[in-house]
Design a protein around this ligand. Structure first.
Ligand SMILES: C[S@@+](CC[C@H](N)C(=O)[O-])C[C@H]1O[C@@H](n2cnc3c(N)ncnc32)[C@H](O)[C@@H]1O
Length: 389
């Protein structure tokens, strides 16, 4: 209980991490490089934002004309509804506006829109953003924001980390184009993996598995002991490992083929000591597949199913590979060749750790090493795409 409280508090704090301009720019430029008209005549919604200081709002407003946008909408969540409350001071921009309202500033969300040259300077940009208070608090699940979602063509944001699963379901339900930042582990969520398998959702073009730095509130207290950067571009930042972009907008990287060696060459020359010098790749005891523990060790001539780390998805090209499923308890795609009994799981635990316990063999791929059953890390099951003539 205490632990889950701690996790909630940590997640809530992460909800107030803000995306840096250059990270947004790099990612969005990749979509434009692939299709320069990707935003043409589109309404872009940026929910879960804080438009007065959000780099998403700034970036899209500054590029409104270059992208040929029809409308930009950005909404924020009311300060009093936020899970993590830091000291809230309305900005001078808001206080100096005739519509400023002391009650609404904490209780209501805000909506910023951009459609026209309000300032009359001959261009549409960040100076033309118009704003008002929302009727509600800006919760993405509220009717008010759902209506905006349904009116828009593309949804782009870094949603609250603690609500990522709900947010993902909210976006997928809408059947819109989207670009989102989320935790890499979400790849295996049942809300997401089936869409990844069907090539309806994929990973973004940049920053995969590197750890992204986010701007944090001034009163943020660092809890990790790692010596990562604390300031970037003059702003207080924190590094979040394992985050990535998820999208259903196409980009060039996902069409690049991964250069690979043959099975024999991998066994002879692989740079990985776990593979070099072996007679063959390990075969799973519970799937009709071989275990390939490194993406760059995928043999280019193996015709069967291969279990690869989830990080493979960053290198996945749908023209080169087919995703068959995943090693998982649920066995959604009916790929297991064996389901272990509780007694077998207990015996496997005893054999491996020499004490009583249960080794959940059904949760992953299992290999036999020196007569002992070993679970491998989370694996996606893939095949080479059949060459068509
Ligand atoms: C991770 S921050 C990202 C902010 C901004 N999109 C960015 O990337 O700079 C998520 C934001 O969502 C807000 N938020 C939290 N719960 C929300 C909810 N239920 N509905 C809408 N926004 C929410 C947080 O207060 C925070 O401002």
């Amino acid at each position: 209980m205490a632990n889950s409280k701690l996790t909630n508090a940590r997640n809530a704090k992460n909800d107030e991490f803000y995306t840096q301009y250059h990270d947004i720019q790099k990612e969005i430029e990749a979509y434009l490089e692939f299709n320069p008209n990707v935003f043409n005549s589109k309404t872009v919604l940026l929910p879960c934002d804080d438009p007065e200081w959000s780099n998403f709002t700034k970036f899209f407003a500054q590029n409104f004309e270059r992208f040929g946008l029809k409308k930009l909408i950005s909404t924020s969540y009311a300060p009093e509804s936020k899970l993590y409350r830091s000291k809230y001071e309305p900005t001078l921009f808001e206080v100096n506006d005739p519509q400023f309202d002391e009650y609404k500033t904490v209780k209501n969300g805000k909506i910023f829109t951009l459609t026209r040259d309000k300032s009359g300077d001959g261009k549409i940009d960040v100076n033309d953003l118009e704003w008002k208070y929302l009727n509600g608090d800006g919760d993405f699940k509220s009717k008010e924001i759902i209506k905006l979602r349904d009116e828009s063509d593309i949804i782009i944001t870094n949603p609250p980390f603690s609500l990522f699963r709900d947010f993902l379901a909210w976006v997928v339900q809408a059947e819109k184009q989207f670009v989102l930042i989320g935790n890499m582990n979400a790849i295996t969520y049942k809300e997401l993996f089936p869409s990844i398998k069907k090539n309806k959702v994929w990973l973004g073009a940049t920053n995969f598995n590197k750890g992204m730095y986010f701007k944090v509130p001034n009163d943020f207290v660092y809890t990790d002991s790692y010596n990562f950067e604390r300031v970037q571009n003059g702003e207080k930042v924190n590094r979040v490992p394992g985050v990535c972009w998820f999208t259903n907008i196409d980009h060039g990287r996902r069409h690049q083929h991964l250069p690979l060696m043959s099975l024999i060459d991998n066994l002879k020359f692989s740079k990985h000591k776990e593979i070099k010098g072996k007679d063959s790749y390990d075969r799973y005891e519970n799937y009709d597949a071989i275990d390939v523990s490194f993406t760059d060790a995928i043999p280019n001539d193996y015709e069967g199913v291969m279990g690869v780390p989830i990080t493979f998805l960053d290198k996945y090209s749908p023209e080169q590979f087919e995703i068959v499923g995943m090693c998982e308890n649920e066995d959604l795609y009916k790929l297991k060749t064996k389901v272990y009994t509780t007694a077998e799981c207990k015996q496997a635990y005893f054999d491996k750790f020499h004490k009583m316990g249960t080794y959940d063999l059904n949760a992953s791929g299992v290999v036999l090493r020196d007569g002992i059953l070993e679970k491998v890390y989370q694996r996606v099951l893939i095949k080479h795409k059949k060459k068509t003539t």
